[in-house]
Design a protein around this ligand. Structure first.
Ligand SMILES: NC(=O)c1ccc[n+]([C@@H]2O[C@H](COP(=O)([O-])OP(=O)(O)OC[C@H]3O[C@@H](n4cnc5c(N)ncnc54)[C@H](O)[C@@H]3O)[C@@H](O)[C@H]2O)c1
Length: 421
């Protein structure tokens, strides 16, 4: 099979293993497959260079296949040096002719060089995850930035950076914040994080959740998912919150609600999902039970104050299983920290299931198509995903699940549009 012209990957011999992973994911991504088929008929990106900075995974490979089927000339670099699957990178080059620049655990220098390699191909569209590609373009290659017609951003953190760039007046082209799409908040944050967080905890510890007191910090999209799934496994769930509305919602959903100070004394498993720092800290560790399990589902490794935990333990810490570190603190009590306090669903499990990424990446693909059609009329700002894309993806997903829904009758449509009643 012919190879893509430019690439920098770890080992091209891994391509067969990578292809198997990509095909495995593809079987679970029917919405994206539908989009890919339409793209290959309509070729919305014919001849367009698309620069992509995403986690190099089997699911991402299927997004790139859809863009390439639509005529895009795709170049890929990693959005995180640790999430690259070298086998997937090899298959992207060998089997799908995608110019791929990514090696697992690459140095900071190589990471930046790979971002540049993608930009060197002169993308007309950017697809970013965390804003590193766009930041490099705006900071170091401003003349090139003004030639890009549009972009998408995959994460909340990236959208926050972009809004800051936009507020400073420096954003050169319109970017759609895919992370805010309604379908995505539902599938990715609630159901993806809900399931994969428990998957990470169970793979790391094999603890029995039935009957366990499990504390979820934060009842946002992610925390709600973790709480619901934990209840489904028979855990007795306690929610901590700082927002009175979210706390009320948790209480009305039937969960125990209390401050962390009280939850720390009784919890057996703790899951952070706040996006905030120091949610578990020294005063909480001080009252926890022996054997308490501490896990983080939030984006950054700041939710559990690991430095304080280490300080309490002194040198009394040891690895007891893969991704489980035991800290012995006062009174001979041992606290078990999973995945170093980093995202437990990525550190100790496989992250979101392909079915979840099917929805997220279908939104991405359709947002790219929408940008090609509309970018020239849009101001250089951060834009929401159009509601029609959300609805289209939800309809496609329902169809692939074999589910049909009702249509409004003309009389109902008229009734809903009238103020006369
Ligand atoms: N693990 C994953 O794969 C994954 C996926 C999506 C998002 N995330 C991350 O998970 C985090 C939460 O995302 P979300 O979409 O649920 O956010 P969200 O804003 O919907 O919810 C966060 C909740 O935490 C609460 N909170 C803030 N500080 C708190 C504190 N000190 N104690 C208790 N509650 C507190 C807030 O009031 C809010 O209700 C973010 O860091 C996000 O980036 C992780």
């Amino acid at each position: 099979m012919a190879e893509a012209t430019g690439h920098d990957i770890a080992d091209s011999g891994l391509a067969p293993a990578g292809r198997a992973q990509i095909e495995w994911a593809a079987q679970r991504m029917p919405v994206l497959a539908t989009v890919r088929e339409r793209f290959s008929d309509e070729r919305p990106f014919a001849g367009l260079a698309v620069g992509v900075c995403l986690h190099v995974t089997a699911e991402t490979a299927n997004l790139l296949r859809a863009l390439a089927a639509g005529g895009a000339e795709v170049a890929l670099c990693a959005s995180n040096p640790l999430s690259t699957h070298d086998d997937v990178a090899a298959s992207l080059v060998a089997d799908f002719r995608i110019a791929t620049f990514a090696r697992r655990a690459e140095s900071a220098g190589d990471y930046a060089a790979h971002v540049d390699a993608v930009l060197d191909r002169g993308p007309a569209l950017t697809v970013d995850d965390g804003c590193d590609l766009v930041a490099r373009l705006h900071r170091d290659r401003p003349a090139q930035a003004s030639e890009v017609i549009g972009g998408t951003e995959d994460t909340t953190t990236g959208a926050v950076r972009l809004r800051a760039l936009s507020a400073s007046g420096g954003l050169a082209y319109p970017i759609v914040a895919v992370s805010g799409a309604a379908t995505r908040l539902l599938a990715d944050n609630r159901y993806g994080t809900g399931q994969s967080t428990l998957d990470g905890i169970l793979r790391a510890t094999n603890v029995l959740l039935a009957g366990a007191r499990l504390v979820v910090a934060g009842y946002g999209n992610c925390g709600r998912g973790v709480a619901q799934r934990s209840r489904g496994m028979g855990a007795s769930v306690i929610v901590t919150e700082v927002d009175p509305l979210r706390a009320l919602e948790a209480a009305l959903d039937g969960f125990a609600v209390m401050p962390m100070e009280a939850a720390a004394e009784v919890g057996e498993v703790f899951v952070m999902a706040t996006g905030n720092r120091d949610v578990l800290r020294a005063e909480h560790f001080a009252v926890m039970r022996d054997g308490a399990i501490l896990a983080n589902a939030g984006h950054f490794n700041v939710e559990i104050d690991v430095a304080s935990l280490a300080g309490l333990a002194g040198g009394r810490r040891r690895s007891v299983r893969p991704m489980v570190e035991e800290f012995e603190i006062g009174g001979g009590r041992r606290l078990l920290l999973l995945a170093e306090g980093r995202l437990v669903n990525l550190g100790a499990a496989d992250g979101h299931p392909a079915q979840v990424m099917d929805i997220s990446f279908a939104v991405q693909a359709l947002a790219c198509e929408w940008l090609v059609q509309h970018a020239r009329q849009l101001p250089p700002a951060v834009h929401d995903v159009p509601v029609e894309i959300d609805e289209a993806v939800a309809r496609l997903k329902l169809a692939t699940m074999g589910l049909a829904i009702d249509e409004l009758t003309p009389a109902q449509r008229e009734y809903l549009a009238s103020w006369l009643g």
